[in-house]
Design a protein around this ligand. Sequence first.
Ligand SMILES: [Zn+2]
Length: 135
Amino acid sequence: MVLEFTNIEELVRIASQAKENAYCPYSNFRVGAALVTESGEIYTGCNVENACYPVGNCAERTAIVKAVSEGHRSFKAIAVITDKAAKIMPCGLCRQSLIEFSKDLVVYIASVDLTFRVTTLSELLPHGFTAEDLN
Ligand SMILES: [Zn+2]
Protein backbone atom coordinates (compact mmCIF):
# COMPACT_ATOMS: atom_id res chain seq x y z
CA MET A 1 0.00 0.00 0.00
CA VAL A 2 1.42 3.37 -0.98
CA LEU A 3 -0.32 6.41 0.42
CA GLU A 4 0.55 10.07 0.58
CA PHE A 5 1.70 11.49 3.90
CA THR A 6 -0.80 13.88 5.40
CA ASN A 7 -0.35 14.37 9.14
CA ILE A 8 0.88 12.56 12.21
CA GLU A 9 -2.54 11.53 13.49
CA GLU A 10 -3.28 10.03 10.09
CA LEU A 11 0.09 8.28 10.07
CA VAL A 12 -0.70 6.69 13.44
CA ARG A 13 -4.11 5.58 12.17
CA ILE A 14 -2.45 4.00 9.12
CA ALA A 15 -0.01 2.14 11.38
CA SER A 16 -2.97 0.98 13.46
CA GLN A 17 -4.70 -0.34 10.34
CA ALA A 18 -1.51 -2.17 9.35
CA LYS A 19 -1.53 -3.80 12.79
CA GLU A 20 -4.77 -5.55 11.83
CA ASN A 21 -2.76 -7.76 9.46
CA ALA A 22 -0.26 -8.85 12.10
CA TYR A 23 0.47 -12.56 12.05
CA CYS A 24 1.41 -13.31 15.63
CA PRO A 25 -0.15 -16.61 16.78
CA TYR A 26 2.76 -17.23 19.19
CA SER A 27 3.11 -13.92 21.01
CA ASN A 28 -0.35 -12.46 20.38
CA PHE A 29 1.53 -9.15 20.36
CA ARG A 30 0.29 -7.20 17.35
CA VAL A 31 2.44 -4.41 15.97
CA GLY A 32 1.82 -2.06 13.07
CA ALA A 33 4.16 0.43 11.42
CA ALA A 34 3.86 3.19 8.84
CA LEU A 35 7.07 4.48 7.27
CA VAL A 36 7.20 7.80 5.40
CA THR A 37 9.64 8.15 2.51
CA GLU A 38 11.46 11.39 1.66
CA SER A 39 9.00 11.83 -1.19
CA GLY A 40 6.06 11.50 1.22
CA GLU A 41 4.83 8.05 0.38
CA ILE A 42 3.85 5.67 3.16
CA TYR A 43 4.76 2.01 3.39
CA THR A 44 3.10 -0.06 6.07
CA GLY A 45 4.20 -3.16 7.90
CA CYS A 46 3.08 -5.61 10.54
CA ASN A 47 4.87 -8.28 12.51
CA VAL A 48 4.98 -11.70 10.84
CA GLU A 49 5.87 -14.54 13.18
CA ASN A 50 6.98 -18.06 12.39
CA ALA A 51 6.88 -21.42 14.17
CA CYS A 52 10.67 -21.19 14.02
CA TYR A 53 10.69 -18.09 16.23
CA PRO A 54 13.89 -16.37 14.98
CA VAL A 55 12.48 -16.31 11.45
CA GLY A 56 9.79 -13.85 12.52
CA ASN A 57 9.88 -10.26 11.32
CA CYS A 58 8.96 -7.05 13.12
CA ALA A 59 6.48 -4.52 11.73
CA GLU A 60 9.15 -1.85 11.30
CA ARG A 61 11.41 -4.10 9.25
CA THR A 62 8.48 -5.29 7.16
CA ALA A 63 7.81 -1.66 6.23
CA ILE A 64 11.50 -1.01 5.49
CA VAL A 65 11.79 -4.04 3.23
CA LYS A 66 8.66 -3.07 1.33
CA ALA A 67 9.85 0.51 0.81
CA VAL A 68 13.45 -0.34 -0.09
CA SER A 69 12.31 -3.03 -2.49
CA GLU A 70 10.31 -0.33 -4.27
CA GLY A 71 13.42 1.84 -4.67
CA HIS A 72 13.25 4.13 -1.62
CA ARG A 73 16.44 4.80 0.31
CA SER A 74 15.64 7.70 2.62
CA PHE A 75 12.87 8.19 5.13
CA LYS A 76 11.41 11.03 7.17
CA ALA A 77 9.36 9.33 9.86
CA ILE A 78 7.89 6.12 11.15
CA ALA A 79 4.88 5.46 13.36
CA VAL A 80 4.74 2.28 15.40
CA ILE A 81 1.75 1.05 17.37
CA THR A 82 0.79 -1.96 19.49
CA ASP A 83 -2.33 -3.03 21.38
CA LYS A 84 -0.80 -1.94 24.67
CA ALA A 85 -1.55 1.15 26.73
CA ALA A 86 2.18 1.64 27.14
CA LYS A 87 4.21 3.15 24.33
CA ILE A 88 6.43 0.26 23.23
CA MET A 89 9.77 1.15 21.66
CA PRO A 90 11.26 -0.58 18.58
CA CYS A 91 13.59 -3.48 19.31
CA GLY A 92 17.34 -3.22 18.77
CA LEU A 93 17.22 -5.08 15.48
CA CYS A 94 14.73 -2.59 14.06
CA ARG A 95 16.71 0.39 15.33
CA GLN A 96 19.75 -0.94 13.50
CA SER A 97 17.72 -1.61 10.34
CA LEU A 98 16.31 1.92 10.37
CA ILE A 99 19.65 3.67 10.93
CA GLU A 100 20.98 2.08 7.75
CA PHE A 101 18.76 4.47 5.80
CA SER A 102 17.92 7.48 7.98
CA LYS A 103 19.88 8.59 11.03
CA ASP A 104 17.55 11.54 11.59
CA LEU A 105 14.32 9.59 11.37
CA VAL A 106 11.48 10.93 13.51
CA VAL A 107 9.82 8.10 15.43
CA TYR A 108 6.22 8.26 16.67
CA ILE A 109 5.46 5.62 19.26
CA ALA A 110 1.75 5.12 19.73
CA SER A 111 -0.34 3.22 22.23
CA VAL A 112 -3.61 1.47 21.48
CA ASP A 113 -5.63 4.66 22.12
CA LEU A 114 -3.70 6.32 19.24
CA THR A 115 -1.91 8.77 21.54
CA PHE A 116 1.78 8.97 20.78
CA ARG A 117 5.12 10.27 21.92
CA VAL A 118 7.79 11.59 19.61
CA THR A 119 11.41 10.60 19.62
CA THR A 120 14.18 10.26 17.08
CA LEU A 121 16.24 7.37 15.89
CA SER A 122 19.41 9.10 17.07
CA GLU A 123 17.92 9.12 20.57
CA LEU A 124 16.94 5.46 20.32
CA LEU A 125 20.29 4.35 18.88
CA PRO A 126 23.06 6.79 19.75
CA HIS A 127 26.46 6.00 18.28
CA GLY A 128 24.86 3.47 15.95
CA PHE A 129 26.91 1.37 13.56
CA THR A 130 26.62 2.61 9.98
CA ALA A 131 28.32 2.38 6.60
CA GLU A 132 30.66 5.21 7.69
CA ASP A 133 32.20 2.81 10.20
CA LEU A 134 33.23 0.49 7.39
CA ASN A 135 35.51 3.11 5.82
ZN1 LIG B 1 11.85 -5.00 15.89
